[in-house]
Design a protein around this ligand. Structure first.
Ligand code: ZN
Length: 82
């Protein structure tokens, strides 16, 4: 099965797989077409940001466990420094 690579019709699974990459590019994920149309992923992103922020406050000296957390933290820092 070959799904079209259309950003607006990508599945939640595809979008979530791309999420670390999207964060890494510094792109505003809230403007992503999938987020615009998918309440589920919008909630997921909000949760990730909330968790990452809470973890940063609770464990400021502990490195995030993987690249995703690191990317989320960087995105939040960039956002809060605007
Ligand atoms: Zn979705």
């Amino acid at each position: 099965m070959t799904a079209p690579r259309d950003r607006e019709t990508m599945s939640c699974e595809e979008f979530q797989a791309l999420l670390p990459e999207l964060i890494g590019t510094g792109e505003d994920i809230n403007l992503h077409p999938h987020i615009q149309t998918c309440e589920l992923c919008r909630a997921l992103l909000a949760d990730l940001e909330t968790i990452a922020e809470a973890a940063r406050q609770l464990f400021p000296t502990v490195e995030p466990p993987d690249d995703l957390w690191d990317s989320i933290e960087t995105a939040i820092k960039e956002e809060s420094s605007k």
